[in-house]
Design a protein around this ligand. Structure first.
Ligand SMILES: C[S@@+](CC[C@H](N)C(=O)[O-])C[C@H]1O[C@@H](n2cnc3c(N)ncnc32)[C@H](O)[C@@H]1O
Length: 378
């Protein structure tokens, strides 16, 4: 990426030589160009929220910015990108959406996230740190910026306007209004499980921090999965892979209090939601809540059961790439005889991947839209 601060060689994470997707886009370039052209003073605490692969903080590393992200993959990419750019370790501080925000922010750069809820939550968390002189600039592709996006800036920061579009990207300028009466944060959101997921689960509480998958209602695929989970008792070590709000792993923990359940997700908000969902339902077994990439760090052959509702899109990578990595990881961590259970849209053809990796797979349940598949590690 060519920026006013020099050329950056940027990568996504995990690095994949077949991946032709760039680690930045026109919205990053537009924002950086604007900061340089308008000579925006990058002094005091400069915060970048939602920076996809670290392009913003890598370009601005000399100004000691602080990155706030919900994504483990973003953090890892940012670390690599900073190192390659020769940034001194520690010059860019990497915070997560679960860390306390800074007390004062002088420049706030917001790469508009896909989730409006996450934007709302992040702006509400940062708003007390803004002051009359804080420069707030948002950026995103035109198709990502809606009236509702601008309304959030208006309601939480102050008067907001947008730039002209350049290369299908747009900037958002918001002027902090200290007199603004901000809404109370609705996050985390909770809902109750419906009756058709079985007597043990019906009416149970699901807790969702902003930005998690299907934060305001039960996903139809997850609902189908809950109705067809393996029977309790067979598995001691269980992984809820890509746990989101943790409803699947919590269902297993409630059905089988003797099981040890590892909840893992690349989103910090998801791991925190899973822990909250688990605790809200009084599950009493052993549980661990981990943020990471797939099953990285889980020892080979150590798991009896992996439960997985793979993402449809992950950071614009194809579904297949992430699902493949999840299934390959599951095969590695399962003990012989251990099982991977997957729910997915019928048309995604997960059975083909599972057959290739595991030699075979069975259909546990299916309807017109979803299938639950089971693959056994031989
Ligand atoms: C379709 S959602 C399923 C969430 C939850 N299990 C459910 O059924 O409601 C997929 C989840 O995978 C997570 N995810 C995406 N890429 C991941 C990765 N590389 N490692 C771990 N989790 C990932 C997403 O953050 C998301 O929570």
């Amino acid at each position: 990426m060519t920026t006013p601060w020099g050329e950056q060689v940027l990568t996504r994470f995990p690095e994949d030589p077949r991946d032709r997707l760039r680690a930045w886009d026109a919205s990053d370039e537009y924002l950086l160009g604007h900061l340089a052209e308008r000579e925006v003073p990058l002094t005091g605490t400069v915060v970048a929220v939602g920076d996809r692969w670290g392009a913003l903080v890598t370009a601005l590393a000399a100004h000691g910015p602080l990155q706030i992200t919900d994504s483990h993959l973003t953090r890892e990419a940012t670390r690599i990108n900073l190192e390659r750019a020769g940034a001194e370790p520690g010059t860019v501080r990497l915070l997560t959406t679960q860390d306390p925000p800074p007390d004062r922010v002088d420049v706030l750069l917001v790469r508009v996230p896909k989730s409006l809820g996450l934007l709302e939550d992040q702006l509400l968390r940062l708003a007390p740190a803004l002051h009359e002189g804080t420069v707030v600039v948002g950026t995103g592709m035109v198709k990502e910026i809606h009236t509702s996006t601008l309304r959030l800036f208006e309601r939480i920061v102050g008067p907001t306007r947008t730039s002209l579009a350049v290369k299908k990207a747009r900037l958002i300028f918001a002027t902090p209004d200290p007199a603004l009466r901000r809404p109370v944060s609705p996050w985390p959101l909770t809902y109750r499980l419906p009756d058709d997921v079985g007597p043990l689960l019906s009416g149970r509480t699901v807790v969702n921090h902003a930005g998690v998958f299907c934060a305001d209602r039960l996903d139809v695929g997850t609902r189908f999965f809950l109705r067809h989970l393996p029977s309790a008792g067979g598995a001691r070590r269980v992984v809820d892979l890509g746990c989101g709000n943790g409803v699947v792993g919590t269902a297993m923990a409630l059905a089988d209090p003797g099981a040890e359940v590892l909840f893992t997700d690349e989103s910090f908000q998801a791991a925190a939601s899973a822990e909250a969902t688990y605790k809200a339902n009084g599950a009493t077994g052993q549980a661990e809540f981990r943020v990471g990439d797939g099953l990285t760090g889980v020892p080979d052959g150590s798991v009896d059961l992996v439960l997985n509702n793979p993402p449809f899109h992950s950071h614009q990578a194809t579904t297949d790439a992430t699902a493949w990595r999840m299934f390959t990881g599951a095969r590695r961590v399962l003990r012989p005889g251990g099982e991977l259970w997957v729910v997915g849209n019928r048309h995604l053809g997960h059975h083909v991947k599972l057959k290739r990796l595991f030699g075979d797979c069975d259909l546990v349940a299916g309807d017109s839209r979803f299938v639950v598949l089971r693959a056994v590690r031989t």
